[in-house]
Design a protein around this ligand. Structure first.
Ligand SMILES: [Zn+2]
Length: 377
C-alpha cells in the first residue's frame, strides 16, 4: 500500500454525516437512510442526497464532475478542491493540526449537527400537528365511501363489523405536492374523498395519518392522481403525513391478545382479519410500510438477503410486550427475496427485544397457511 492508499482508506472510514457536518452543508433532512435537501452547489430543495449507510452522495442535477461519490468527492464538490487537497482536508496529515485547530473543527461539526437535528425535530413536530388536524376533522367511517372502498377490496362491511375506530372518512381531502424550487410551499393537485387511518406510536399517541384517496369509478377503488401541471405522472393514491416511526395502524386490538398479525397495508391486514383464520383473540395491526416493519438492517458484503437487524435502530416497529407470537403477512412483490429478508430482520429484532417471542411469515392470500401458523404452537 502506498501512503495515499492508506489515507484514502482512512477517508472512507469517516462517516458521511461527519463530513457533511464539517463542510457545514445545511438544510438536509433525515429520510430513512438518507439525508436529503438542497445541493450545496446548485441549490434546489431535494435534489441532493447522502446515504449514511453506503457513504455515497449524489446531486440529481449532476452539477459537475463530482456530483456523485465518496467522502473525497464531496469535499471536492463543495470546496472546489483537487483530489490531493480534498484528501488532505479530510485526513491530515493529522500531526499538522494544532490542538486548537482540531477543537475548532470538532466544535463546528458539533454545532452543525445540533442545528440539523433541531431542524429535523421541528419539521417532525410540525408534521405531527398537521396529522392531528386531519384526524380531528375526519368523521366516522360507518356508512361512508370507506365501507364501499373496502368492500371493493374484498373486505365487506358485515365481516368487518364493528368498523375499526382507527379508520375515518374525509369527503374533500386535498392531495398536495411541493412547489418546485420553493421550499415549504405546496400546491393542491386533487381534492376528493379519502380513508384516513390513525398511525399510533408505541405509547398509543397519534403520530401520523395514512391517507387513501377513493374513486369507486376506478377498478381498484383508488383515485387516479394526475398532476395538471404534468410535473408528476401517476402518483400513488396513498400517502402518510406525520411521523410514523415505530408506529402501526391498530385495526383490531383485543384485550390480552398475545398473537399479532401484521401486514404492510390496511387492505392486506384486513383481508387476513376477515378470513377468520384466527378464532377470536389475535391483534391485527398494519405496519404502514415495509421499512417500518423491517427497520434498519445490517448491510455489507453478502448481507443483502441475510435479514439481520441493526439493533441500534430505535425507530423501527417493535410489538407490545404482551405479544408472544408475531406473524408478518408478506405482500406480492417485485423482489420477494429482498422483501422476505426485510421481514426476517423485523422478526429477529422483535425476538431480540422481546425474549420468548416467536415469529413467522405467511404470504398474503394464503388463508390456510395463516390459519396453520396461528393454530400451531
Ligand atoms: Zn448540485
Amino acid at each position: 500500500m502506498t501512503r495515499d492508499d492508506t489515507r484514502l482508506a482512512e477517508a472512507h472510514g469517516i462517516p458521511m454525516e461527519q463530513v457533511v457536518d464539517r463542510l457545514g452543508i445545511a438544510g438536509l433532512r433525515r429520510l430513512g437512510a438518507e439525508l436529503v435537501g438542497p445541493c450545496p452547489v446548485c441549490g434546489g430543495t431535494d435534489r441532493f442526497g447522502v446515504n449514511v449507510l453506503t457513504n455515497v452522495f449524489q446531486c440529481r442535477k449532476e452539477c459537475g464532475p463530482h456530483a456523485k461519490g465518496d467522502q473525497v468527492s464531496l469535499v471536492q464538490l463543495v470546496l472546489g478542491k483537487s483530489f490531493p487537497e480534498a484528501l488532505e482536508w479530510l485526513v491530515g496529515p493529522r500531526q499538522e493540526l494544532s490542538p486548537e485547530e482540531r477543537r475548532a473543527l470538532d466544535a463546528r461539526a458539533a454545532e452543525n449537527r445540533r442545528r440539523r437535528e433541531e431542524a429535523a425535530r421541528r419539521a417532525r413536530e410540525q408534521a405531527i400537528l398537521q396529522a392531528r388536524t386531519v384526524w380531528a376533522r375526519a368523521g366516522a367511517a360507518e356508512g361512508t365511501l370507506v365501507q364501499d372502498y373496502l368492500a371493493r377490496r374484498g373486505i365487506p362491511a358485515p365481516l368487518l363489523a364493528p368498523m375499526p375506530k382507527c379508520l375515518r372518512f374525509v369527503a374533500d381531502l386535498p392531495f398536495t405536492v411541493p412547489v418546485k424550487g420553493e421550499a415549504g410551499r405546496w400546491r393542491t393537485i386533487h381534492t376528493g374523498p379519502a380513508m384516513i387511518a390513525a398511525v399510533q406510536d408505541d405509547a398509543g399517541r397519534l403520530g401520523a395519518v395514512h391517507r387513501t384517496w377513493i374513486d369507486l369509478d376506478q377498478p381498484s377503488g383508488k383515485a387516479r392522481i394526475v398532476d395538471p401541471e404534468g410535473e408528476h405522472a401517476d402518483l400513488p393514491a396513498k400517502k402518510v403525513l406525520g411521523s410514523k416511526k415505530g408506529g402501526a395502524i391498530r385495526l383490531r386490538s383485543p384485550a390480552g391478545a398475545t398473537t399479532m398479525v401484521m401486514g404492510e397495508g390496511i387492505e392486506t391486514t384486513l383481508s387476513a382479519l376477515v378470513a377468520e383464520a384466527v378464532p377470536g383473540a389475535a391483534a391485527f395491526w398494519a405496519g404502514v410500510d415495509l421499512g417500518n416493519m423491517a427497520g434498519r438492517r445490517r448491510l455489507g458484503q453478502g448481507l443483502r438477503y441475510a435479514g439481520l437487524p441493526d439493533l441500534a435502530d430505535d425507530e423501527a416497529f417493535v410489538p407490545p410486550a404482551q405479544i408472544r407470537k408475531l406473524v408478518f403477512v408478506q405482500d406480492g412483490d417485485s423482489d420477494p427475496k429482498l422483501t422476505r429478508a426485510k421481514l426476517e430482520a423485523g422478526l429477529r429484532r422483535a425476538m431480540a427485544l422481546r425474549p420468548g417471542l416467536t415469529g413467522a411469515i405467511v404470504h398474503a392470500g394464503e388463508g390456510r397457511d395463516l390459519n396453520d401458523v396461528l393454530r400451531g404452537t
